[in-house]
Design a protein around this ligand. Structure first.
Ligand code: FES
Length: 180
């Protein structure tokens, strides 16, 4: 299988165009205001609430848009450039829309030696996507991941917040069946 672009950048590739989730504003309703207030109250400085508020944006919209970063910057009295620099540093923050199930397949050394690449390609095949794309039904995005910290249980796969260990290509259909 050919790779369209470097897999490490899959979650940020521009062909990921299906914007299936409208980007909601974060702090215009009581829920958002309440979250901001509670998180900020835990820290001595507003800026310390940046990571949790980026997490809130992703929890709410599935990814973090430029508009959401600007909102967070305003709320925490930071520059948009600073917020962007943090959001783009951590791979756990999605900078483009992703499917409802973000499937991250580790292909680092331990997993690579245990069919990691084949598992990755099986997920792409079963979901009918290329790396980083959203499937037509909006359910899946499959990307390669750096070490997921489960090297003793290769191949490791992370689907949203859930880990699957000792994954082999033949287990891929059953894993997809388990996802709602
Ligand atoms: S190499 Fe795959 S989890 Fe570490």
């Amino acid at each position: 299988m050919t790779r369209p672009l470097h897999p490490a950048a899959a979650s940020a590739q521009p062909f990921q165009v299906a914007d299936l989730r409208p980007t909601e504003r974060l702090f215009e309703d009581p829920e958002g205001q309440d979250r901001l207030e509670k998180v900020v109250s835990r820290y001595p400085e507003k800026r310390a609430a940046l990571l949790p508020m980026l997490g809130y944006a992703q929890e709410r919209n599935g990814w973090i848009s430029d508009e959401n970063m600007a909102e967070i910057a305003g709320a925490l009295e930071l520059t948009p450039a600073y917020v962007r620099s943090v959001a783009t540093f951590y791979t756990m923050y999605n900078r483009h829309p992703v499917g409802r199930h973000l499937i991250q397949v580790c292909t680092c050394i331990s997993c690579h030696l245990n069919e990691g690449q084949e598992v990755f390609e099986q997920f792409l095949s079963e979901t009918g996507t290329r790396a980083g794309e959203i499937s037509e039904d909006g359910r899946y995005t499959v990307i390669e991941a750096e070490c997921l910290g489960a090297c003793g249980f290769a191949t490791a796969v992370q689907v949203n917040d859930r880990y699957f260990e000792n994954v082999t290509p033949d287990k891929v259909p059953a894993i997809l069946d388990e996802l709602d």
